[in-house]
Design a protein around this ligand. Structure first.
Ligand code: PEP
Ligand code: MN
Length: 347
């Protein structure tokens, strides 16, 4: 159970709440964020509902809401919000339930201004609503290309202005987060950082929409609890992204766990998107899995695209060529029509 009190709840008010709980032999754990004072109690929701009624808790000073969540996650759960969350990034780019599927496309790494510009125009022309591209790259090898880092932000604004796309890029730490918030429309938190609670808390202090990628060994509940770290800080604009998990299967880079899409929809109000590029690691498998993701109910698809994948500075094996991207978009259009969720931008 989580009791949510005002962020500016005083020490005296907090003492009163905690004393009330201790008098019923339950042990409160207190944490504070920019948005809330959170008092959590670990016990079964059924038991607590009988022991402490909502009315009695709401009568305590500064208490705003009481959630008897059945599992670990609260803010990302349907207990917190029954209606689906829809992110509105402006210029008709919306992500969420019953919206046109949001297509996010671009290179794995941003390589140069001209390169980004040509890919951005091409993916826009074929119906993408958002551009992706890493400037800070979490590479497995320290000897691989690490991204253009802060220098890349110099030309981003100009490219975005020209192509009219919204932009998502990864923040890896507090320093890159500041730059991403300043220049991008959405913060990407990568698979490797899904468990980085210190970074998630910082992201929760911003008011920039977030794409949270599933850790490659994270359960569904762990993904939702990572979203809670962000949302507890008051940033409720979060999209969850399935990007494949580690299994014994070795015919793909990761195993794309598409069943998590409908499973998440049963537990969360947050939009869910799928990244079949990292999810398979093979360009030839990206389109079939993008189609499957849409059929499974994904609110969006993120794919890596490169004009010359064989020369890409990262993840060339999984990048769609521009003609392959155009072909995928045309198939997605047909499927989206059949699903009665027509794509926003006609090609
Ligand atoms: C990416 O999308 O650029 C990326 C690095 O993905 P992931 O964090 O899922 O590996
Ligand atoms: Mn990549």
């Amino acid at each position: 159970m989580l009791i949510l009190a005002q962020a500016d709840c005083t020490a005296t008010q907090l003492d009163e709440i905690c004393a009330h709980l201790r008098a019923r032999s339950v042990k409160p754990v207190v944490s504070r964020t920019r948005a809330w004072t959170l008092i959590s109690v670990a016990d079964s929701a059924v038991h607590l509902r009988e022991l402490l009624t909502e009315d009695e808790l709401l009568a305590l000073p500064a208490v705003q809401r009481v959630i008897y969540a059945s599992k670990g996650a609260v803010f990302s759960s349907l207990e917190w919000r029954k209606q689906p969350t829809i992110l509105d990034l402006g210029d008709s780019v919306r992500i969420g339930h019953d919206q046109a599927p949001c297509i996010i496309a671009g290179p794995c790494s941003i390589e140069s201004a001209d390169h980004l510009r040509s890919i951005a125009h091409a993916v826009r022309q074929h119906g993408a609503g958002m551009l992706r591209g890493g400037l800070f790259k979490p590479r497995t090898s320290p000897y691989s290309f690490q991204g253009l880092e802060k220098d890349g932000f110099a030309f981003i604004r100009e490219v975005l202005h020209e192509c009219g796309l919204k932009f998502v890029t990864e923040a890896m730490d507090e320093h890159s987060l500041e730059l991403v918030v300043e220049h991008a429309d959405m913060i990407q938190i990568g698979s490797r950082n899904m468990h980085n609670s210190a970074l998630l808390k910082k992201v929760g202090e911003t008011r920039t929409p977030v794409m949270l990628k599933r850790g490659f060994s994270a359960t569904m509940d762990e993904l939702m609890q990572a979203a809670d770290y962000i949302m507890a800080g008051g940033n409720e604009e979060v999209v969850l992204c399935e990007r494949g998990i580690r299994t014994f299967a070795d015919h793909t880079r990761n195993t794309l766990d598409l069943s998590i899409v409908p499973a998440l929809k049963e537990r969360t109000h947050l939009p869910v998107i799928v990244d079949p590029s990292h999810g398979t690691g093979k360009a030839s498998l990206v389109t079939p899995m993008a189609l499957a993701a849409l059929a499974a109910g994904a609110d969006g698809i993120m794919v890596e695209v490169h004009d010359e994948p064989e020369y890409a500075l990262s993840d060339g094996e999984q990048a769609l060529t521009l003609p392959a991207f155009a072909a995928m978009m045309s198939q997605l259009h047909t499927l989206a029509d059949a699903l009665n969720r027509p794509m926003a931008l006609r090609v």
